[in-house]
Structures are given as C-alpha cells and as structure tokens.
Design a protein around this ligand. Structure first.
Ligand SMILES: [Zn+2]
Length: 882
C-alpha cells in the first residue's frame, strides 16, 4: 500500500533559466523511466528520433502544465532552495548531451566521447570516467535507447564476449555484443574490452489504483504485439561507454514510478471537486464520495458508483414521493405513481444528466499508465479519431448517427470524443444523489435535486395543510381500534385520522368520506425503501453492489411486508368490506401461522403469495407516521425496526433457484446445459455434467423462467444429496417435491405447475465416443490462448473445467546464470510450475505439469497446451495453433 500526503510549502518563483532546467528534468525522467524518449524504430520503418530534439511547443502544452520536482530534505522546507537543484541540473546536462549526440537525426558518439587513455581501473562511461564502486545503484541513461536503468555491478564479460541474450529472433544472428551494437545501432564501441555493467531495467508504469490489476500481476494486458513480455528480475548487460550517469538517488527514482498512478488519482479528485463546486451546495461533501459516484465498474478500481447509485435511487424516489404527495392532495395513488415515473425514470435522469454535462465527469475506463504523460507534455502516440462524427460534442445516440457503429466504449480519441452507455449517465445522476445523501443527509440530496432541476422541495405549509385535512376526515374516530394498534406500534398519533386512513381498504365504504390507504401507501413505500436501503448500505460496507441489490429486493417487496403484517397481526385492523378478500387474508394468515415464520412456506395447501393488501397496509402505516411526525424518518425507523426484523443479511439471503444453480456452476467449473421446449406447457431441461455423473432434471411452468426455476430447484436438491452443495433452497425444494407428488395439485408461485421427475441419468458410458472427426480447436499461442481454448473445448463438451495447481519453485543454486544483454528468468530466480488436472467424465483423469515460468499465468498456459496436445493424441480434438 502506498500512502501519500500533500502539504503546501508556499509560493516558489523560478526564473527563465530555472524553468528551462526543470522542464528538461521532467521530460527526461518521465519519458526515460518508461522508455518513451525515442519515437520510431528501424523495424517500423520510421527513423528513430530523440523526442527532446523537437521544438518546445511540440513537446509542451503550457495549458495543463505543472512540475514534479525532487526536494532536498536536508534543506529548510520553506526555503525556495528546498528544490534539489543538483539532481535537476545533472538531468538537464544529460539532456543537452543527448541532444548533441542525436543531432542531425543520427548518432555521433565519437564527437562526444574522448577518452583515449585508460586510467587505471576506471570505468569509462559516455561522458565521464569513474571508479567501479561509485556506480553501484546509480541511475544511468542509455544513449542509444534513452532508457533509464539502475547500475548494479560489473561482470567478467566484455563487449567481445558471445552475445547470447536475445529478445527477438532477428537478434539471434549476432555473435558478440560489439557486433550487436554495430549492426543494430551503428555504434562502434571504443572500449570493447571494458567489462560490461549489469543493469536493472526500469519497468513499465503500473496501474496501482486497482487491487484487481495489482494482484493479478503486472504485464497481464500486453496484447499489443510487442516483444515487451513480462521480465521479472531481468538483468541487462551493457557497455558502460553507452551510459550517462544521472546523479539520481534510488529513492527518488523509485518515487517516480508511483507518479503516474498518484497524479492520476489527484487529477480525478480534482475532477470530483470541480463537480462539487458546480453543484455549489454549501457543505463539505468529501471529494472521495463524489469520486466514487462518478467512477464506473469499467475503471476496475476498488470502488465504483453502483452502491451509491442504489442508495441514490431510493433517496430520489423518497424525495419526489414526499413532494408529490404533499403538493397534489387530490390526486389518487395511480396519478401520483405516474407523475413519479415521469420524474425518476432513467430517460428523465439521462436528460437531466446531459443538461448538466454530467457525462464530462464520468470516469468510464481503467487508468492506462502507458498513455500517461508527464504533466504538460503533448502526446507523441496519437489515438486517431475514427468516430463517425465531425463535431466535438455529441449527445445523440450513436445508432442514430451511424447504423453500424464501430466506436469503442471507454477511451477518448484525440478529438476528445468519449462514448458511453446512456444508462451510465442516469446511473451516475443517482449515484451523485446518493453521495450527497451519505455526506450531508436528505438536505444535501435535495440540494442536488434542485441543481438538477428536479422539483422536490418540501414546503412546511403543505405538511400542515395535509395534517389539517386528515384531522377533518376523522368523522367518527374508532378509538378502540386506533388505541389497540397504537399500543402495538408503540407510537401514539397526534392525528388519529391518519392511522384510520392507513387502514382503510378502497372496498370499505362505511363512512361518507371517500378515502383509502392508497395515497399513504404510495408515500410509505418510498419511506420504507429509503430506510431499508440505507440500513443495508450502511451495515454492509464490504458487500458488493450485486449482493446489495439482491438484499434490497429481498427486503423491500410486498411479499416480505405481507409476512410482516401477518406476523404482527396487523391484518386484524384492516377496514374492508370484501368477503373474498377476507377469505384470502384468512387463508394466507393461517398458512403462515401454522408454519415457522422464519422460512418461506411452500407447504402444499398454502398460497405462496400474500394478498397485496397486507403488504400495502404496512407501507401505508409507515406513510401515516411519516406525515404525523411532519416527515421525521427517524421516528418511522424507530417504529418499524422491530416490525421488520430480522432484516435479511447476506447469510440468509435466498437466491432464486436458477440463479443459485448458475452461480454454483460458475464457481465450481461446471457447465449448465439448458434446453427449453415449447408446447402445451413450457418445458425446461437442465443438466450438469459432474466428474462421473450427469444430472438431468426437467421442469415445467407457464413460462421459461418458471420452468427453469422448477428444474433448477430439483437439480439443486440432487446436488445437495450428493454432498456437492449445502443449499439454502433445500427446504424450498423439499416442499416443492412434496407438493408436486401428484399432478396438478399445486397452486403456488409456479402456478399450477406440472412436474415430471426424470430418473437421473447415471451415465455408464465413457465420456462420449472417440470422435471420428476430432473437433478442431484453434489455440492462440499468445498469453491466455491455451487456457481459453481448453476452457471453451470443455464448455462445448460440457466437461468439468480443468483445475490448475500452481506452485512457486524457489531458486536453486545449481544452475549458474547465463550471460546476455537480456537474460530471461533463469533457474536462479523463483518461478511457477503448474499442474493441470482434467476429469474426463466417466473416463480418465489426466494430470500434467507444464514448464516453469516466471509468472503463474504463463505456467498455466504451458500446462493447458500440454493438455490440449494430450487430448489430440487421444483423438479427442485437433489442435490448430494460430
Ligand atoms: Zn473521435
């Protein structure tokens, strides 16, 4: 973990000459460290060019320039001389030397180097000579490549030694180092008998912002066709005369590796704070919160907007619901709901987002450190615009502009076009609302809504009017009823009429007043939503957004509230005049009371779904308390916490059976076969090939979803019996089967579902016959290729996915290091060896171990490739390397 802090040291003034020096320093370090000092190459047929030879205005863009300079900690921090000028000047001198060497588009080393005499045991560098020991851990700049290295020690090798370190096939023809430099770089070495220096190369800049990318290891995404393969602990041999020493301490050098990620993070935080000043709400909402709200999953960082979006969604719904409820006392629930949809729909939020240019703040691509530029520098690696538009700002749907769009979501082109999904924008709007709610409560969230132009103001006067008109409604207060319920709730209403309204079903026409609980239900629904969502959001901080969504939908739904109503006997207070409704409620209540309240009841004589009215009155009571307390959500929370407990947690969250099955398969490397057939009843056949067993189940339902759910629940039960799974759905399935024993006897969530239990197919055959025509498997030889090919092959045949077991092999001292300009990981360094195991169903288990590699993934590729060839030998497939 890297921690950085920023502290101001006041204003520093630099004169023209100093500016010149610091710019050279900055350009040298950030380009040299990441191998970007030269453009073009012989192989790409463009002449190599030292970029700092270009005109100043081709290199620098003063509009976004800032300086990153080393300090000298030994100096007073408030002294303008705290800048480490010694290091800067040395770097600037090196640039000037490089410019001389690379003037006129060719290299003139001879003109620069003039050390004919050998002084004792001095080492001759490009511009100076020094004693060997002074070079240790010094940063050096290679004059021919512009790369920066750290010098380690001298070797016994000289430039006349055999050249055996090659990084590409083209280089295998060189006999000696002398020949290599002469033919490849047109450099005639002056001191070919000098010992070579062993150097540690600088590495590519890494994205340190993503723990995902950090943990998977660097160099994973190198699919750019270069030979820049991962080089763990590589060492490079180099003639000293090609090196300019930079008097740069190693700690400063190391610190510079962090800058791409560090400065990128600072820039994004500034982006967040710019949005904050745009919203201009006078409260200190943290930049990190806003940053989270404008970061998508695509950025692969450790945070993203989804959790805040979920919260913001419920905050928005709540604020708008309160506003509409109070502002339109004469509109019924249907009208209120439709007005609410008009305001909070994705389309509406998208429009508002565009209007306020939210899209410009959204971060929708992972940080690519290879495209990072030193502050103020112009890119010399253009990303040409191929977008089908010729104007700068585009807010139209790409499909309107271009029928077959070739655009890529994510990275911006040179013209600054950046394409994103329209849903990303509406999601971000919600996430910003969520962020302000977290940082400053409802008041802050409403301020964002005001900024967006969403009318969600709450006028005190309207609350008073609502309360007043509710108190007039209470013509004949049913005082016994009200008091009994108040005691149960632990809350005494100031306006009893509100509670009566909350309990009155539309069928109930006893009083002359025409009112029902529906408007209060509209309000209470939003209130319980925000309370439960906030509870889940704040009590499950490490839960990912997917699970949080599952938790929310499991808690905030009518069915859940219906159970709450029965559990606390709230249904006894319902005022209604419908015989059918009463029967339904009684039946549902009895079925729940006869079983444990903690499980979902599926016994054959219980209707699974409670009548909607039961869930509704829980919500309407919440709405009534909210109005009675003049919108004090805390009181509603206090009353409802005991009623709603236990609130679902990740541990007792139940997934729908099909999703649970799919997730189990994905997690354990099995492939789920799915077939659906039409007919009188929709039929779904699901099968999973385990190591030696094929499990098949057939389910029925009124649609594909129900049929798959039915089959999945039985399959889960099978897997549980075989000890593969501890299913949360086990109880459900048991009841399912009990009830489905006789045909057409069930009426439940699967609605008169027929069922047929297939005898599981215990395959005794081998894993399919050896094929006459083996499957052709195209295997990419690039990294990841063999693993993907094997996985796809297994998926096709529905074999259990192969498993890898990788071990780190520690260095053995038995093998001496070999020389060369670029030594691949030798056995003196640790490496990974991977064993792959493939279980061919009802047949052999094949276990093979691949070659050792410095990184784990490559060793797995090697094992996967062996496996593919073994399968070819057995006639299962035909490998085609591509
Ligand atoms: Zn473009």
């Amino acid at each position: 973990m890297v921690k950085a802090s920023v502290s101001p040291c006041g204003l520093l003034e630099l004169d023209v000459q100093q500016m010149e020096q610091v710019k050279l320093f900055q350009a040298l370090i950030f380009n040299g460290l990441f191998g970007k000092l030269f453009t073009g190459s012989k192989s790409s047929n463009s002449s190599r060019e030292f970029i700092l030879n270009k005109d100043d205005n081709l290199i620098w863009n003063n509009a976004n320039m800032y300086l990153l300079l080393p300090m000298d900690p030994t100096l007073e921090s408030h002294d303008s001389f705290c800048i480490n000028w010694r290091v800067i000047d040395e770097a600037a001198t090196a640039v000037r030397l490089m410019r001389k060497i690379h003037s006129d588009g060719k290299m003139n080393l001879l003109a620069i180097l003039d050390f004919d005499q050998i002084y004792g045991d001095l080492i001759h560098l490009a511009n100076t000579s020094c004693e060997v020991h002074t070079l240790r851990n010094v940063a050096v700049l290679a004059v021919h490549t512009g790369k920066i290295y750290t010098a380690l020690h001298v070797t016994d090798l000289s430039a006349n030694s055999t050249f055996d370190g090659v990084s590409s096939k083209k280089e295998s023809g060189f006999k000696t180092f002398t020949e290599y430099f002469e033919k490849k770089y047109d450099i005639v070495l002056r001191h070919p008998s000098q010992p070579l220096l062993v150097l540690k190369p600088s590495h590519n800049p890494h994205n340190l912002l993503s723990s995902k990318i950090r943990d998977e290891g660097y160099g994973e995404n190198k699919n750019d066709g270069t030979t820049d393969v991962i080089k763990v602990n590589n060492r490079v041999h180099m003639p000293p005369e090609l090196l300019i020493p930079l008097n740069l301490p190693e700690d400063i050098l190391r610190a510079f590796y962090l800058f791409p990620s560090l400065m990128y993070r600072m820039e994004t935080l500034m982006l967040a704070s710019q949005l904050r000043s745009e919203i201009a709400y006078d409260s200190n909402i943290s930049s990190f919160l806003i940053l989270e709200a404008i970061t998508t999953l695509r950025c692969s960082e450790d945070f993203s907007m989804e959790r805040l979006e979920l919260l913001g969604d419920s905050v928005l719904k709540y604020a708008v619901s309160c506003h509409l409820f109070l502002k339109f006392p004469d509109k019924h629930e249907g009208q209120l709901s439709s007005s609410r949809i008009d305001i909070i729909s994705n389309a509406a939020l998208h429009r508002l987002g565009i209007k306020h240019k939210i899209q410009g703040y959204i971060r929708d691509a992972a940080f690519d450190p290879r495209r990072w530029l030193a502050p103020g520098q112009r890119t010399n690696r253009p990303f040409h615009c191929k977008c089908p538009v010729d104007y700068e700002v585009v807010t139209k749907d790409i499909h309107v502009i271009d029928e077959k769009p070739t655009i890529k979501i994510g990275q911006a082109c040179d013209k600054g076009h950046r394409w994103m999904c329209s849903k990303t924008i509406s999601d971000c709007v919600e996430a910003i609302i969520g962020a302000y709610y977290v940082g400053g409560g409802l008041r802050a969230a409403v301020a964002v809504l005001r900024w967006l132009g969403v009318d969600a103001e709450i006028e005190e006067e309207l609350i008073m009017q609502t309360i007043l008109s509710a108190s007039m409604k209470t013509y004949v207060p049913k005082i016994d009823l009200v008091e009994a319920l108040e005691a149960k709730l632990g809350y005494a209403f100031s306006v009893k009429g509100l509670l009566l309204e909350a309990l009155t079903h539309p069928s109930h026409q006893e009083s002359e007043e025409r009112y029902s609980y529906e408007r209060l239900e509209f309000l209470g629904d939003a209130a319980l939503d925000i309370l439960l969502t906030w509870h889940l959001f704040s009590s499950h901080k490490d839960t990912d957004e997917g699970e949080l969504t599952d938790l929310r939908s499991a808690s905030v739904n009518n069915e859940n509230f219906a159970k709450v109503a029965v559990k606390h006997k709230l249904h006894h207070f319902l005022q209604q005049s419908s015989g059918i409704l009463l029967d339904q409620i009684t039946e549902y209540a009895n079925s729940l009371e006869n079983s444990s309240m903690d499980e979902i009841n599926l016994s054959s004589d219980a209707p699974l779904r409670g009548p909607k009215v039961l869930g509704d009155i829980v919500e309407s009571i919440a709405g009534a308390i909210l109005i009675d307390t003049k919108l004090d959500l805390d009181v509603v929370r206090g009353v409802f916490k005991p009623l709603l407990s236990p609130i679902v947690t990740p541990e007792n969250l139940e997934l729908p059976p099909f999703r649970e099955l799919l997730e189990w398969c994905n997690k354990n490397g099995y492939f789920l076969g799915i077939k659906c057939t039409d007919g009188d009843k929709i039929q779904a056949i699901l099968d999973v090939q385990l190591e030696d067993v094929l499990v098949i189940r057939r389910g029925f339902g009124k649609n594909k979803k129900d049929a798959k759910a039915h089959a999945a629940s039985m399959l889960l039960k099978d897997l549980e019996e075989k000890g593969f799974i501890i299913s949360k759905n086990a109880i459900r399935t048991e009841q399912f089967q009990k009830q489905c024993g006789s045909e057409n006897s069930c009426y439940n969530m699967f609605d008169a579902m027929d069922t047929q239990v297939l005898t599981p197919f215990w395959g005794n055959e081998s894993a399919g016959p050896v094929l006459d025509k083996p499957v052709h498997v195209a295997v990419k030889t690039s990294k990841g290729g063999p693993r993907v090919a094997l996985y796809e092959f297994c998926k096709k045949l529905q074999w259990p996915a192969p498993k890898f077991d990788s071990v780190k092999v520690l260095p053995s001292s038995a093998c001496p290091p070999s020389g060369g300009s670029s030594v691949k990981a030798t056995p003196t360094q640790e490496f990974f060896a991977s064993t792959i195991t493939l279980h061919m169903p009802n047949s052999d288990v094949i276990s093979l171990t691949g070659d050792g590699f410095a990184d784990k993934k490559s060793s797995q590729d090697s094992a996967a490739l062996l496996m593919l060839h073994e399968l070819q030998r057995r006639g299962r497939l035909q490998v085609q390397e591509i």
